[in-house]
Every structure is written in C-alpha cells, then in structure tokens.
Design a protein around this ligand. Structure first.
Ligand SMILES: [Cu+2]
Length: 268
C-alpha cells in the first residue's frame, strides 16, 4: 500500500442517453464516459475503495467498494446445519460474523454560490376526497430550516430525497438551481437504544444531518472518536441549532452496509 496515492482515469459506461423515435424511425445513442477519482484504504481485514465518479450529465456519484477478507471467527462447527445465529459458516470451523459498516460523507455544498437551503421531498398520494380515481400523488417539499430539524432518515415509502438549493439563483424555468441527494442502498443502525456505541457513533443513528459550515467541524464522530466523551461530532455540531436558510451549509450523509454472509458452500 503506497500512501498519498490516488487513481484518476476515464472509463466507458455504456449508454448515457438513447431514443428510438417511433414516428421517424430514427435511433440515436450517445455513449457515457466517466471520470473516476479513486483511493483505496486497507484497514485490518478490509480494503475500502472510495471512488468519486463525474458523469457527463452533471451527476456526481460516490461509489464505495468493500473487498479484502471477511471478519472471521473460530467455531467448533464443521457443518452448516448446526445453529449459528451470529454468522454463517464460510469454511469448516470458520464463521463470517454478522456486522455493519458505517460510512459518513461530509459534503461541503456550494450550489451556485454559498447561500444555500435544503428542501426535503416526500412523494405521497392525495387524500381520497381530492383523489377520485385514487391514482393521484404529489411531491411535497418541506424546507429544513434549522440544524436540529435537519436530522433525517430515509423513507422508501415516500421516495424521500433532499435537494440542496441556491437561496437566490433561479434556472431558466424559474426554479432554484439545485443538486439532489439520490440515496443508494442503505440500512439502519442495528445496536439497541441502550448500546454504548450509540453515544460514540451517534452520526450513524440517522442517515442525514445538515450543519452550518464551520472550519473546525470535520468529523462526524468528532476529532477523537475512540477516547472522546459521548456526544462529540454531529450532536455537538447541531447543539446550537443554527439557521440553515441562505447559509453556507454542509450535508452529512451516512450509509450503512450490513454484512450477513450469503455463501454457497462448495467445500467437499
Ligand atoms: Cu464487513
């Protein structure tokens, strides 16, 4: 592993856009070329790849890759049929232990300047008295106005997403210029309410936090997560509940991978 090294490369990723026009029988296609900036970090048994992917349609994509070896634990078992609630047998006498990975991304947003706002979007069906055929639904927009209000979770049933918007600039159609946070796969923090890790890793107990920019607020779990007192990091950063209207804001997004080993055992 060489320190302070990043990889920068372009790659083809198939179709960026296509359309086959029924009326004119014309078929157009444009290929997608991506610029990838990547770094890899080995931490004990795991190797983590973090790649920023810059797309031609303006999308900024973050891809996290996990490789290396699983978290192993010895066991007397040599047969999967024996009870193993905390993991799955990956070889004779070895289980891959159930565990979670938490990634937090600090995104210092400046969309069309520093004066930004955050809007939460929830898609909901209209109530029955306004919805005769039952098929009407709307995207409701709710501004997240202060730091303590902007502690949020994903909600798949409402296709919840967050828009980081300019507070004063409009696009050609009169809408605020904006970037939208498009969550990928995620999970929830599994330790119970009484688990000590909740006070040390409070950032991971919610998916989204938003703070006012502060040059000293760099780490979701605080500067010294292992030996610090509880409540450092994001809970401390939002404790003064600053306004998020027209501010230089920082968006913090936590994503969790639950590793439960799924494996076809081909060992003879
Ligand atoms: Cu893992």
């Amino acid at each position: 592993m060489r320190p302070k090294v990043i990889g920068i490369y372009e790659k083809d990723n198939g179709i960026l856009w296509k359309h086959d026009e029924y009326n004119t029988k014309r078929n157009d296609v444009r290929r997608s070329r991506e610029l990838v900036v990547t770094t890899t970090t080995a931490l004990e048994n795991y190797d983590y790849g973090i790649s920023w992917i810059f797309h031609q349609d303006g999308t900024l994509e973050l891809q996290s890759d996990l490789t290396g070896i699983v978290l192993p634990q010895g066991t007397a078992s040599i047969n999967q049929s024996e009870s193993q609630p905390y993991g799955k047998l990956v070889a004779k006498n070895i289980i891959g232990v159930n565990h979670q990975h938490f990634f937090n991304f600090r995104l210092d947003m400046d969309v069309d300047g520093q004066a930004n706002e955050v809007m939460e979007m929830n898609v909901k069906p209209l109530p029955v008295n306004e919805n005769a055929l039952g098929n009407a639904f709307v995207a409701l927009e709710t501004p997240l106005t202060t730091e303590t209000v902007a502690v949020r979770d994903l909600e798949m049933k409402q296709s919840r997403k967050w828009m980081i918007m300019s507070a004063d600039k409009k696009n050609a159609l009169g809408a605020a210029t904006a970037y939208m946070l498009m969550p990928g796969g995620n999970a929830v923090f599994l330790p119970t309410e009484s688990a000590e890790i909740r006070s040390k890793a409070a950032f991971a107990t919610y998916h989204v936090w938003v703070t006012n920019y502060n040059a000293s607020e760099l780490y979701a779990a605080g500067n010294y997560p292992n030996q610090a007192k509880p409540g450092k990091g994001l809970p401390e950063y939002i404790s003064n509940d600053e306004s998020l209207i027209g501010k230089d804001i920082v968006l913090w997004y936590s994503t969790m991978l639950g590793n439960i080993q799924l494996k076809i055992n081909l060992v003879g």
